[in-house]
Ligand binder design. Structure first.
Ligand SMILES: Nc1nc2c(ncn2[C@@H]2O[C@H](COP(=O)(O)OP(=O)(O)OP(=O)(O)O)[C@@H](O)[C@H]2O)c(=O)[nH]1
Length: 478
């Protein structure tokens, strides 16, 4: 996941400040040195770091901060604001044409993710605007490019216009635009050829397409994994094409994040979307403030809520709440909830968005292994409909059958059923507004369990001692 190293180091520097009561100018300078190193280490552009530190230091060393009640908090807030500003302040939507079609041209180096992003964008427009995009295959050099775009088009149910690889890309775009006019497509996405590095021929071809199509949006696709080099590439394209926006792909990869932080400051162009994975629904709108709060390890509740709302089904939620209240929540509902959770993406990413969880060191060892979810689903799926509706039927012999059916150890089946019953009880209590039930249950869960264990061991010890006493008495008697 991107930014991990940077988050740790920024938090380190800022938590040192938090631990101090009074903060002096020296403390601030020390923290700034550490933050500067952290940003350089994350491969952020040198000049961008210099400007950032200068502004933060100026703001942090004012008396209204150092003499305030919570100087450390103020400084964190300043860092967050300036980090957000560095990445562009607010989200910038896709440019829209006053009349159809809105024409978007995808440009970028080979392998940056243009074709994938074109597909993601088509899917996004179809889902959010009921759009009817036409994708134009203008990459005639990479043999598989046209096939790849057609496959992506099928997956997102968007039409692809192509004329094979023997026609000049400018001509393909001309004919594609004519078809879009005939069909009244509301969006045209032009997938252009990439090159391993910026070359004159590529740039000239893109300039010709730009001249012909007058796109409303020239989206520069940049692979975040290439770090600082990505920024140099962006500058190269921008100087020739006057790019209107950037898509930062592969942020799910193990990138230090420097490109995300530098590219806006260096090119002056907004990052509009980020790619968070190979799947065609892993395209996110870029929100500088949310990215900043994630980098600072403060979670990102807004995105989490949006993710949950994406396939949030009002009616389903109401039914679920009813079942919880009536205590009739069964394993079918449990399966639903697991599917819903799985749709929201990898559990680690979800946990990272929960404030306080994001920087929770425990998170590291609670490895949210997606296999665990799959195992739980397998166990539930090997239940009969009656068992799912009435978990009380699950006696030991049925549990043994489940374990065999799901290929999981019986201890895992028992643990899962126990967790299910506990959480069902907890949710039922909470649905009645009885939150102390939760501590109670959790208490029972934790203190209770500890208490029981302690009790059992005490009873055992007493029994053993009693036996010993009886034995000794007999011996002495004889
Ligand atoms: N992990 C990850 N992989 C991505 C992302 N976006 C694209 N990819 C992968 O990156 C590789 C290149 O993607 P393409 O869309 O073919 O890149 P391109 O820019 O069209 O490449 P050319 O057509 O050769 O210019 C593919 O394997 C994609 O699946 C992303 O956000 N995350």
């Amino acid at each position: 996941m991107a930014f991990e190293g940077l988050t740790e180091r920024l938090q380190g520097a800022l938590s040192k400040l938090r631990r101090k009561g009074k903060i002096t100018e020296t403390d601030v300078n020390q923290a700034m040195r550490e933050i500067r190193l952290a940003l350089l280490e994350a491969d952020v552009n040198f000049k961008v770091v210099k400007d950032f530190i200068k502004v933060v230091k100026e703001r942090a060393i004012g008396t209204e901060v150092l003499d305030s009640l919570s100087p450390a908090q103020q400084i964190v807030k300043i860092v967050d604001e300036e980090l957000t500003k560095m990445m562009g302040e607010t989200a910038v939507p896709l440019n829209k044409s006053p009349h159809i079609p809105t024409i978007v041209m995808m440009v970028g180096l080979q392998g940056a993710g243009k074709t994938t992003t074109a597909g993601k964008l088509a899917k996004y427009l179809i889902q959010n605007e009921k759009a009817r995009p036409l994708m134009i295959a203008a990459d005639v050099y990479r043999p598989a490019a046209i096939e790849q775009l057609k496959t992506v088009g099928q997956q997102v149910e968007a039409q692809v216009f192509e004329m094979g690889t023997d026609v000049n890309p400018v001509e393909i775009v001309r004919q594609g635009l004519a078809q879009a006019a005939l069909q009244k497509n509301d969006y045209v996405l032009i997938d252009t050829a990439g090159r391993l590095q910026i070359d004159e021929a590529l740039m000239q071809e893109l300039a010709d397409i730009n001249e012909l199509a007058h796109p409303n949006e020239i989206l520069l696709t940049v692979d975040a994994m290439t770090g600082q080099a990505a920024v140099d590439v962006a500058e190269g394209f921008n100087s020739r094409l006057d790019v209107t926006g950037v898509v930062l792909t592969k942020l799910d990869g193990d990138t230090r994040g420097g490109a995300a932080l530098s590219i806006r400051a260096v090119t002056g162009k907004p990052i509009k979307f980020t790619g968070q994975g190979e799947k065609l629904d892993q395209l996110d709108i870029f929100y500088p403030d949310r990215m900043s709060s994630r980098i600072l390890g403060m979670g990102d509740m807004l995105s989490l809520i949006e993710k949950a709302q994406q396939d949030y089904d009002e009616q389903k939620a109401a039914d679920m709440a009813e079942k919880i209240k009536e205590n009739s929540f069964d394993f079918n509902d449990f399966l639903d909830q697991m599917d819903q959770l799985q749709n929201m993406g990898p559990l680690e990413d979800i946990m990272k968005m929960i404030p306080g969880m994001a920087n929770n060191p425990q998170l590291k060892n609670i490895k949210m292994d997606p296999k665990d979810m799959a195992h739980m689903k397998a166990i539930v799926q090997s239940m009969t409909p009656q068992e799912r509706e009435n978990p009380d039927l699950l006696n030991p012999s049925r549990r043994r059958r489940l374990a065999a059916g799901a290929g999981r150890p019986i201890v895992e089946v028992n643990r899962m059923i126990k967790q299910f019953n506990q959480s069902k009880k907890m949710m039922n209590q909470m649905s009645k507004g009885n939150f102390n039930g939760m501590e109670g249950l959790m208490g029972n869960g934790i203190k209770g369990k500890m208490g029981k264990m302690a009790m059992n061991s005490m009873v055992k010890k007493q029994k053993k001692n009693k036996k010993k006493r009886l034995k000794n008495a007999r011996r002495f008697k004889s």
